[in-house]
Design a protein around this ligand. Structure first.
Ligand code: ATP
Length: 337
């Protein structure tokens, strides 16, 4: 019998802890027997050092060709002339939807139990449009862009995701009492979509009240739908509910490509020490395996990860242990059956 064709997938090791966690994840997928030809490309600070560019055209061409990428965290060089690399990548590939499932993992003690929510964050506009200027010295204007088109598109994504995954409720999060036009347009667009999706309960919460409800009773939430900036902030808040940034995966979807990456950043404070938790990127990689149809492999690795966490002997420092990134990955491999 012919061996199955390998999947060709773009791999961005990234900056800071990126190379450490991506190496760990690639190792686990490899031992699990998933056939992948990785096309490695740099981005961010690592790419600037080598090529002078934060987003080399070969990288964008590789993702456009392969339509799937696994991405470590990427940092934007500080200084004039560099716009956010992550925003640039999402814009270049029109990855309009950012999906972040936040749930308790077995064996991980956290402030809350029974958290199982999904953040759907709009990825292309809002204050991330990067439109800022100095009006006069001492006065700066940052433009928050909200469009009906992008708001409708992300609402459709959220409701359709909810239906596909058997989720029953979508909560739109906003500050339309203050930004009556901008967040008002976001809400109007979401409401119009909600009317066409009758099977899913639809509610709205003002972002400050939503934060309070999240830290008091997070188990009441199902799918959260947010514009870009609130999505960024609430994602980190939600990561804290279940044990921290080392545990929460993510994916960016567009019509033509999907890029899988953890919620966390490049964590310069712990970079190069082999102590980062690779779980968030591993879970992102499992979302990627589901996306490319490798569901059996994803389930098998998920079971091995659960065993490792429940057993608890090998844990990284963020979960109260002293294991290295590599030792944790080895333990997941050992638990593969
Ligand atoms: P960004 O602005 O890119 O989100 P940041 O510096 O604000 O970056 P992170 O890089 O995500 O945020 O780091 C926030 C904190 O969480 C740091 O103390 C970091 O060490 C910790 N952290 C992030 N990811 C991990 C991980 N995978 N394992 C352990 N600790 C992590």
């Amino acid at each position: 019998m012919l061996a199955p064709m390998p999947h060709v997938i773009t791999l961005i090791p990234g900056d800071g802890i990126g190379p450490e966690v991506t190496a760990a994840v690639v190792h686990v997928l490899d031992v699990a027997g998933v056939q992948i030809d990785w096309e490695r490309h740099d981005a961010g600070i690592t790419a600037v050092e080598k090529t002078g560019q934060t987003l080399p055209p070969e990288l964008l061409a590789s993702i456009a060709r392969n339509r799937v990428a696994l991405k470590g965290p990427v940092a934007t060089p500080i200084g004039e002339g560099f716009t956010s690399v992550n925003v640039g990548l999402r814009k270049a590939l029109d990855l309009f939807a950012n999906l972040r499932p936040v749930r308790n993992l077995p064996g991980v003690t956290s402030r809350f139990q029974n958290v199982d929510l999904v953040i759907v964050r709009e990825n292309t506009e809002d204050l991330y449009a990067g439109l800022e200027h100095q009006v006069v010295p001492g006065v700066v204007e940052s433009l928050k862009i909200i469009t009906e088109k992008a708001s409708t598109r992300i609402a459709e994504f959220a409701f359709d995701y909810a239906r596909r995954r058997g989720r029953t409720a979508v909560t739109a999060i906003h500050k339309a009492n203050i930004m009556k036009l901008g967040d008002g347009l976001f809400l109007d667009s979401v409401r119009a979509v909600a009317k066409t999706r009758p099977g899913i309960a639809y509610t709205e919460k003002i972002v400050d009240a939503a934060c309070m409800h999240l830290v008091m009773k997070p188990e009441q939430f199902d799918v959260l739908l947010l514009p870009n900036l609130y999505g960024d902030i609430v994602s980190d808040l939600c990561a804290g509910l279940v044990g921290g940034l080392g545990l929460v995966p993510g994916a960016n979807f567009g019509a033509r490509a999907a890029v899988f990456e953890a919620v966390h950043g490049s964590a310069p404070d712990i970079a190069g020490r082999n102590i980062a938790n690779p779980t968030a990127l591993l879970l992102s990689a499992l979302m990627m395996l589901d996306h490319i149809g490798e569901t059996a492999a994803a389930a098998r690795i998920a079971t091995a990860l659960d065993r490792t966490l429940v057993d608890g002997r090998v844990r990284t420092a963020d979960l109260g242990g002293s294991a290295t990134t590599t030792a944790f990955a080895e333990e997941v491999v050992r638990n593969l059956v």
